[in-house]
Design a protein around this ligand. Sequence first.
Ligand SMILES: Cc1cc2nc3c(=O)[nH]c(=O)nc-3n(C[C@H](O)[C@H](O)[C@H](O)COP(=O)(O)OP(=O)(O)OC[C@H]3O[C@@H](n4cnc5c(N)ncnc54)[C@H](O)[C@@H]3O)c2cc1C
Length: 425
Amino acid sequence: MASCSIPLSVGVVGAGIVGLSIALELQRRGHQVTVIDRDTPMLGCSSGNAGYLSEANIFPPAAPDMLMKLPKLMLDSDGPLVIKPTYAPQMMSWGWHALAAVKGDVRASITRTLAALTTGAYEAILDLASHANAGHLLSRDGGLVAFKNRDALEAKCASLPVFQNYGIAVDRLDAAEIHEFEPALAKDIVGGLMFRNSGRCSNPRQLGLLYAEHLQGNGARLLQDSIESVDPAEGGGAWLRGSKERLRFDRVVVCAGFWSKELLRPYVSRIPLASERGYHLMLPKPGVRLRRPVVFGEPHFAATPMDEGLRLAGTAEFASADAPPNVERATMLLRLAQQYLTGLDGQDGQPWMGVRPSLPDGLPAVGVVPAHPTIQYAFGHAHNGLTLSAVTAKLVASQIEGAGPHAHSSSLDLHRFQQGFARAA
Ligand SMILES: Cc1cc2nc3c(=O)[nH]c(=O)nc-3n(C[C@H](O)[C@H](O)[C@H](O)COP(=O)(O)OP(=O)(O)OC[C@H]3O[C@@H](n4cnc5c(N)ncnc54)[C@H](O)[C@@H]3O)c2cc1C
């Protein structure tokens, strides 16, 4: 990896997987990095995700057929999607932009960008993780989607040409084939899809902790402080004002997940970022064995084999980030998963909730504050934050090194929301 001729000091706000990946990439390019988080590293959304390095998530969250199903979906308390009535007013802007992203040409453009980002993602994360001696946590045995219902399988298979068009390796499997891949699946699974190049992380929290250890071991500072504002500095650079101290850097990168919106409010108005909470149930003694992530097609959540057992994870609950978790959203995962994995044992299951930073087109926000180019941002990765962490790190690093707009700037810049996706289309 070539190092930059002029080392810069960079302050990174947020020690989730996005911030730590950016810090690691910058450090290996020769920059002096400081990571600041109000908590210890990897306590946010990044710690409890499904560990699925997925090539399948290439579509915006709203789809034309989903809009028709929305009322029914929202009335089903065991359903994959819940919008808390008290949160609905804060979803107006998100919803408006999500609808705009349903339009054919905009949807195609978003899908193309997401596909371009995800197809290089496994190589990128393996490269970065190996650099931090964490490559052993990653493996690439594909990812499955399993269906019980033939109509649901057919509906999913309608997207096969789109995946193939964007170079995503996917096969349709019949019942015998899917059971050959995963013998633990219930006998009434009728078939599914195999995403051959998808992978998994067997311990997402440990991945980030190894990044943090490597960073510190090689001279980076990791500070615990709550950042209250980000300000351009006179004469160049930028300030991070925390509750304990004020620090000046050549560049700062805001990667504070859902909370990035607050820090960027003085510079970018009306960021349609929503709190899309997800749940997991960690099963230490599941009594069944899977070899790879399996998404259950109808309830739409994943079961991933991990170092500590089997993790059932997913679903979307749009609700205030600081509202108490609804533990029933985690425990219902067991009830639903038992329909797909006969003999699944839920004893000692541990529930968890995390706040996905969700943007309405499914693309993250990775760019530069226009009037203050020393302030950059990378957040809003929603369902793809682990998968896209290293790809994002490369985009940010190239921008910091003055290589000009990165390859996907017009699609990932926050300005797309001010311009009604005009630049993404
Ligand atoms: C149930 C579930 C399953 C998922 N499964 C997958 C999956 O299989 N694959 C995948 O790719 N993605 C998955 N995701 C999504 C992925 O976990 C997220 O996209 C990713 O973790 C976002 O990372 P982040 O670093 O942006 O945010 P976070 O992990 O939330 O980190 C943000 C950090 O910023 C800090 N912070 C916030 N404000 C401040 C402040 N003012 N000052 C200092 N620090 C601050 C926080 O403390 C936090 O540590 C899943 C998410 C959930 C909830």
